[in-house]
Design a protein around this ligand. Structure first.
Ligand code: ADP
Length: 263
């Protein structure tokens, strides 16, 4: 029974043991609760696209709708959303279980940023957003998994591009402090209101669910970002002003290592 508590009546060793036991029981109860919450969130997220898919197929089968390219396209869209959701969940589950296989090697972050930006620049251009980077000339090597860190940057940049209107600007820049590398992804987008700021890293948290579904997000992107950054011993944070823009910052510990680029 997870609800068992030991009465604490003394401050000696037995009392301390009782305290420790109660703390453990509490932590276990909390983790059971979180698991139940996650299962219920997942069921909820799966239900909408599944219902849309099922109703769409039934309408086709019953001859109530015609298999026009638009109708098929929107069904495919629901199926894609489901695939993405399942992929994201699997990724997150593996990361949270600490089972993510990380291949950390001394990494030239400047080069990684350039590569990721090159991949995103067609999207930025098609939306009329300037995509820029400003990296110091000499960056110390970061012990990191290039694939995972690339994924973190792509996620943050995709969000920045999705929430920034045409004519805006998205910028990646780095700062080196003693023992610390900071990477910022900044946008001039719509921003995030203070009451949402500390929640955006939670699983399935969306500031505006209706709007976000249209852009395909289910609120897992930033939860995955946080897991991946923490797997590197780093931290992620966000600052934002509504109507002005947002800035996501990654903070990584630097192990004293060789410079990857000469000044
Ligand atoms: P999703 O995949 O739904 O976008 P995320 O976990 O990536 O979920 O983000 C959670 C929420 O944070 C989103 O619903 C979005 O409203 C908000 N958000 C994330 N990045 C930005 C940004 N750069 N500007 C404004 N809002 C953002």
């Amino acid at each position: 029974d997870l609800g068992v508590r030991v009465a604490v009546s003394s401050t000696d060793e037995v009392g301390e043991l009782a305290h420790a036991f109660n703390a453990m029981a509490h932590a276990r109860q909390r983790s059971e609760h979180l698991r139940a919450q996650l299962v219920s969130d997942v069921a909820h997220e799966l239900r909408t696209p599944l219902t849309n898919l099922r109703c769409g197929l039934e309408a086709l089968q019953d001859g109530l709708s015609a298999p026009t390219p638009e109708a098929m396209g929107s069904l495919l869209e629901e199926a894609l959303l489901l695939s993405r959701l399942v992929d994201d969940l699997q990724h997150l589950a593996i990361a949270e279980a600490g089972g993510l296989r990380m291949r950390r090697e001394p990494l030239d972050v400047g080069e990684l940023v350039q590569r990721v930006l090159a991949g995103m620049s067609p999207t930025a251009a098609s939306r009329g957003i300037a995509l820029e980077s400003q990296m110091p000339h000499a960056l110390p090597a970061l012990l990191a998994d290039a694939t995972r860190l690339g994924e973190v940057l792509r996620n943050l940049l995709a969000n920045a591009l999705a929430h920034t209107p045409s004519g805006g600007r998205v910028r990646v820049h780095a700062e080196v402090l003693p023992g610390v590398l900071l990477l910022h992804v900044e946008d001039t987008g719509r921003g995030i209101a203070p009451e949402h700021l500390d929640k955006v890293f939670e699983r399935f948290y969306r500031v505006d669910p209706a709007r976000s579904r249209a852009t395909g997000g289910v609120g897992l992107g930033l939860a995955i970002v946080r897991q991946l950054v923490e797997a590197h011993g780093g931290q992620v944070s966000v600052e934002s002003t509504v109507g002005e823009g947002s800035r996501f910052s990654l903070r990584f510990p630097l192990d004293a290592g060789p410079m990857t680029r000469a000044a």
